[in-house]
Design a protein around this ligand. Structure first.
Ligand SMILES: Nc1ncnc2c1ncn2[C@@H]1O[C@H](COP(=O)(O)OP(=O)(O)OP(=O)(O)O)[C@@H](O)[C@H]1O
Ligand SMILES: [Mg+2]
Length: 284
């Protein structure tokens, strides 16, 4: 097992220093029927008036779910978690989702990100019904359009910060020289220019989460799904990680759906929704 892991690690490392060496750190995704994507907007300055325009009616809807149901059946007991839930998120919009433990926040993000299937209803990302795609197309759409950040960073322990951040581009078989440049650039933007070669075990919790943010954003996704990304950090680190995430999001004009138990963080976003009784309600 270790041999396999070390071998992959070497391959990725070689790949990142030698653009001519072919690398297959993970199974590459074969190109499939082109997915219609909205070209990511170029970065713009924090003073750009578009910043304050996230709710403008002119902005396209990036992510939408309609009449979503999710139920689990365990030992003949039917557990309904999401019930006829609908949500629309516009380009660049920042949405917080709160709700008590067990209300279904993680379940909802997994449906929105195509990681699990709903019992009924549809999820549209960039004009594509993600659950109507085959597995390969769904992976491609996820890789190109969604950045997922978990409460626990889920970085690969045997890979460096640079390799972890670069992973979505390596999976997409992008040019290795560009991959390295992009990974260095995004890691610099999250303040980790001096940690490129550190492995997750050699970084603090906040630094690991910033690598996870870099990995989620490296592809210029249209939407970030963040499941309590600061829930495992102390207050100071949580604030720093949250600020980095929000600043990058605004700069890249990426939409975000952020699950949090922290009402102060939620209040900094465009709107807050509460998941209760399987449905989203506007926060009072
Ligand atoms: N695979 C599964 N099979 C059966 N029940 C499940 C499964 N996954 C989740 N659940 C149940 O669905 C409910 C919602 O879980 P979920 O993880 O979405 O809650 P959450 O709102 O994210 O909670 P927390 O704030 O604690 O993270 C829980 O009651 C959980 O036990
Ligand atoms: Mg959860």
């Amino acid at each position: 097992m270790n041999n396999v892991v070390d071998h992959s690690s070497n391959l990725v490392q070689k790949a990142l220093v030698s653009p001519v060496t072919p690398v297959t750190p993970v199974t590459p995704v074969t190109p499939v029927t082109p997915v219609t994507l909205i070209t990511p907007a170029p970065p713009f300055s924090d003073t750009d008036p578009k910043f304050n325009d996230a709710n403008s009616a002119s902005k396209p809807i990036i992510l939408e779910c309609k009449n979503l149901d999710k139920e689990y059946i365990d030992a003949n007991v039917r557990l309904k978690i999401l019930s006829n839930l609908s949500l629309s998120v516009k380009l660049g919009e920042q949405v917080a989702i709160m709700g008590r433990s067990g209300s279904g926040k993680t379940t909802l993000l997994q449906m929105l990100g195509g990681l699990d299937s709903p019992s009924a209803g549809e999820v549209w990302i960039n004009g594509q019904n993600i659950h109507a795609l085959n597995e390969q197309q769904r992976c491609q759409l996820r890789n190109q359009s969604i950045g997922y950040i978990y409460q626990f960073h889920h970085l690969l322990p045997e890979f460096t910060a640079l390799e972890n951040a670069a992973m979505p581009l390596l999976i997409a078989n992008e040019d290795l020289k560009k991959v390295k440049e992009k990974a260095e650039d995004i890691l610099e933007q999250v303040g980790l220019k001096d940690r490129l070669k550190h492995k997750p075990g050699e970084m603090s919790g906040g630094e690991r989460q910033r690598v996870a943010i870099a990995r989620a954003l490296i592809n210029n996704p249209v939407c970030i799904l963040a499941d309590e990304p600061t829930g495992n950090l102390d207050d100071e680190n949580a604030d720093q990680v949250f600020e980095v995430l929000c600043q990058l999001n605004r700069r890249l004009q990426t939409s975000i759906i952020l699950v949090t138990h922290d009402s102060d963080l939620a209040a900094k976003l465009d709107r807050t929704l509460i998941l209760q009784g399987g449905q989203l309600q506007t926060s009072a």
